[in-house]
Structure formats: structure tokens, C-alpha cells
Design a protein around this ligand. Structure first.
Ligand SMILES: C[S@@+](CC[C@H](N)C(=O)[O-])C[C@H]1O[C@@H](n2cnc3c(N)ncnc32)[C@H](O)[C@@H]1O
Length: 300
């Protein structure tokens, strides 16, 4: 099975506006689809530093190239790793957020609600918190907030309550336990749409995805050369809102970031007013691309 089919491949790599001898960062290597295309556009002086936190992504890498460096780390630490290698400025940063098809399809990893796998969802096995730990230890308020904030689940309070009352009798270890815990919220079978939102919310919390994204975005400002490009593909509204506000308003909410004198701080010029989305053809060929949104900022 293919590790991952890259999403918005040409659109995002073109968005980097690559200079053949420039230095680039791919923060989410996955199956290496984006990295490979970036490398094709670089000459012998160009450099690419790619990151992934997942053991499998690193082990499966097939790219061998003198100007390519693959680093296993959470991307929120990308600055430390490139500095260590003598790099203080780069010409472009790309992040294709979320999970790879390999992670979802590999039942052992516990990201999918299909089948009766154990609940895991860790991108990095070094992470102490798994989905099982979260579901069995978080208090009701925290569970409720996560489901609401990261999954946009309206009846999050009832679901959190059901989870707590189930686990008082039996530990929640796998998909069937979780379905059983919350089945009472609906007379019908739990819909795939609902389960996608539920699993997305748990996954975001397990991997602390929002904080990593924020840290990385803030660091990108310092490391991008003027006219360097920030290219981000996101897959749900929580991420996309952060990326959009950061590129347009230099902040994580809809108010402009301002300096001490009340003047607007502008880190980026936005390249595309509306997010770039996959064509119907791409969506038909790769259903996982459906929700992708690409935003590009040029460092001022
Ligand atoms: C959507 S996939 C990237 C696919 C890749 N662009 C390709 O074409 O094959 C996202 C990848 O980013 C990794 N990832 C997600 N969040 C990360 C983080 N905070 N730090 C490092 N890697 C991360 C995941 O492990 C996964 O392999």
C-alpha cells in the first residue's frame, strides 16, 4: 500500500516559489511526496531540511541526496535543529498538517475508528499520552472542552459524561469500548461524520497539535528570509483559522497584532486571498484531500 498520496502537491510546492540554490524546510515529511518535488527544483547548492516526529516516516524514507537532511523531531523544535546545522535563515517553510494515510491505515497505530483497534493515536511513540490514557484519565470538563473545541461536537457535555460513567465500570481500551460508552447518545448507529469529528478531537489533544502549530508559526517569522514563503496545508477549521489569522493579522485571533504604539504588526503578505483547495479531479482521486486548504504568506 502507498505510504501517502501527497495533497495539493504542485500548488503547495509552486507556492514556495523555489530558488534553486535556496534553503527550504518541509516540516511534515510523511511519505516524502512534497520533499521529493522540492528536491527536484533545487540545484547542488540548494538545501532541504525535512522533519517528522513519526518513527515510521523516518524508517520508510527512500530519498538519499547530499542536499537533503531528514530529522526526527516535533516541528515545534525545527529552529533548534537547523541552527545546530548552521542555518539561521531559510527561503521557504512548508507544512502539510495532520496525519498521513500510513498512520490512519495502519490499525496498530489506533488512529482509525474502523475495526476494533486499541486507542492510541500517538504520532510519536515517545509521547506519554495515548488516546487510551486520555479517555481514561481526563476529567469531564477537559473532555468536554476538547470535543467541543477540536471536534466542534455540539453535545460534548453529554458525551463526556457518558465516557466518565462507562470508565467507572470498565476501562476504555479500544474502539468498541468507546462506541459502547457513547452509543446511548443516539438511537441510530454512530455516523461516520460524528466519529470523524470525535477521533479528530482526541487526536489533536493526544499530539498537542494546536500548541505545536502555534509555536512553529511564531518561529517561522524569525527564520524566514524577507520574501521567503510560508506554505501551510490544513485539514480542519481550528488549524485553518490559526494559519489564516497568523498570515493575515500576525496573530492567532481575528484582531491585528499591534506594537506598543498601537501600530499593526505585519509579518506576511498573503499570496492567496482565498485558500487554495483541491480540484474536483484531485478530490475524486484522493478522498483524503477533500478538506485540504492551502494558505501562502510571503515574509515582509
Ligand atoms: C499529512 S502527512 C504529510 C505527508 C507528506 N507531505 C507527503 O506528501 O507524504 C503529515 C505528517 O506530519 C507528521 N507530523 C504531524 N505533526 C507533526 C509535528 N508537530 N512535528 C513533526 N511531524 C509532524 C506526521 O507524523 C505525518 O507523517
Amino acid at each position: 500500500m502507498k505510504y501517502h498520496v501527497p495533497v495539493l502537491l504542485n500548488e503547495s510546492v509552486n507556492g514556495l516559489s523555489i530558488k534553486p540554490s535556496g534553503t527550504y524546510v518541509d516540516l511534515t515529511f510523511g511519505g516524502g511526496g512534497h520533499s521529493k518535488l522540492i528536491l527536484e527544483k533545487l540545484n547542488l547548492n540548494g538545501k532541504l531540511f525535512s522533519f517528522d516526529t513519526d518513527d515510521d516516516a523516518i524508517k520508510e524514507n527512500k530519498i538519499k541526496n547530499d542536499n537533503f537532511h531528514l530529522i526526527q523531531s516535533n516541528f515545534k523544535f525545527f529552529d533548534l535543529h537547523i541552527k545546530e546545522r548552521g542555518i539561521n535563515k531559510v527561503d521557504g517553510i512548508l507544512a502539510d498538517l495532520g496525519v498521513s494515510s500510513h498512520q490512519i491505515d495502519n490499525k496498530e497505530r489506533g488512529f482509525s475508528y474502523m475495526g476494533n483497534n486499541k486507542l492510541d493515536m500517538r504520532m510519536s511513540i515517545k509521547n506519554d499520552l495515548s488516546a487510551e490514557e486520555l479517555l481514561n484519565n481526563y476529567d469531564q470538563n477537559s473532555l468536554q472542552n476538547i470535543l467541543f473545541e477540536y471536534g466542534d461536537i455540539k453535545n460534548s457535555k453529554i458525551i463526556a459524561k457518558e465516557i466518565i460513567s462507562y470508565r467507572e465500570k470498565k476501562r476504555i481500551r479500544n474502539n468498541e469500548d468507546l462506541f459502547e460508552a457513547i452509543q446511548s447518545i443516539s438511537e441510530k448507529k454512530l455516523s461516520y461524520k460524528f466519529l470523524s469529528k470525535l477521533y479528530q478531537a482526541i487526536r489533536i489533544e493526544v499530539n498537542d497539535e494546536i500548541n505545536s502549530l502555534k509555536e512553529m508559526l511564531e518561529k517561522s517569522v524569525e527564520f524566514l528570509n524577507s520574501s521567503g514563503r510560508l506554505v501551510i496545508i490544513s485539514y480542519h477549521s481550528v488549524e485553518d483559522r490559526l494559519v489564516k489569522n497568523f498570515i493575515n493579522k500576525s496573530s492567532f485571533n481575528s484582531d491585528f497584532n499591534k506594537d506598543l504604539y498601537g501600530r499593526k504588526i505585519e509579518y506576511f503578505k498573503r499570496i492567496n486571498k482565498k485558500p487554495i483547495v483541491p480540484t474536483d479531479e484531485e478530490k475524486a482521486l484522493n478522498t483524503r484531500s477533500r478538506s485540504a486548504k492551502l494558505r501562502i504568506g510571503e515574509k515582509l
